[in-house]
Ligand binder design. Structure first.
Ligand SMILES: [Zn+2]
Length: 240
């Protein structure tokens, strides 16, 4: 038995080595390595490695099934009181939005902020396994999972500028929170990222809980014109 175990271990180690080497050499794998610089409040500008033009400012970065997170993406995170992490640049707007909600008698909470590539991978694997258990073939499970969970490297949660918001579970219902956010989030620079009846454009089912920071200007236009972020970016591109 020991010999078998040892052999299994060797095989596992070798397999891991192959995987790590692939990670190093594959440019796609590097996309998953967005680094967390720190989790403390820091003043000053974010790393100078970002070279977005105005139109692709950090708050307008398009990440979806067809646009992976850039491999040089850097984030400075800040920890919320409940332990969730967000990009420190969106924190003031998020805080303002939550304060406004509370003063309107609505009590939201962030249930998911920044996620590492590993966390996203775990969610993905879990969803595929669930669907397999429901009887879907591997191919079907992969296809269906893509409408429900982002493939690692394509989740806005890995950017730290998106949050899943639920009710606090005590003072508000989910419905009340979603309604308030739907009407007011844009005033603070946030948009509902995966609206109803837009699956063909966003690639995702309706997610009334998923909000993403785009800045006030973009949020206002997206809200008023009923656009998805994909559509807004296409409009911006056409206008420039
Ligand atoms: Zn989300």
């Amino acid at each position: 038995m020991r010999v078998i175990n040892a052999r299994t271990t060797t095989v596992t180690v070798l397999a891991l080595l192959v995987i790590s080497l692939t990670m190093v050499t594959s440019p796609k794998a590097q996309l998953f390595s967005n680094r967390v610089i720190n989790t403390e409040i820091k003043t000053g500008a974010i790393g100078s490695t970002q070279s977005y033009t105005d139109q692709t400012a950090w708050y307008l970065i398009l990440v979806n099934k067809w646009n992976y997170i850039p491999d040089d993406y850097e984030i400075e995170l800040i920890k919320l009181s409940n332990g969730q992490l967000v990009d420190k640049r969106v924190y003031p707007a998020l805080q303002k939005m939550f304060t406004a909600a509370r003063s309107a008698g609505v009590y939201p909470r962030v249930v998911s902020g920044y996620r590492t590539a590993q966390e996203q991978q775990r969610l993905w694997d879990q969803k595929v396994a669930e669907l397999r258990a429901e009887g879907y073939s591997f191919g079907e499970a992969m296809n269906k999972a893509q409408t429900l969970v982002a493939v690692p490297g394509t989740s806005e949660h890995q950017l730290g500028i998106s949050v899943d918001i639920n009710a606090d579970g005590i003072n508000s219902t989910e419905d009340k929170v979603y309604k308030w956010l739907d009407k007011n989030a844009h005033k603070y620079g946030f948009i509902q990222r995966y609206p109803k009846d837009k699956t063909a454009v966003t690639g995702y089912i309706y997610e009334p809980w998923h909000y993403r920071y785009v800045g006030k200007e973009a949020a206002k236009r997206i809200y008023e014109q009923g656009l998805t972020f994909e559509e807004y970016m296409a409009v911006l591109g056409a206008e420039s």
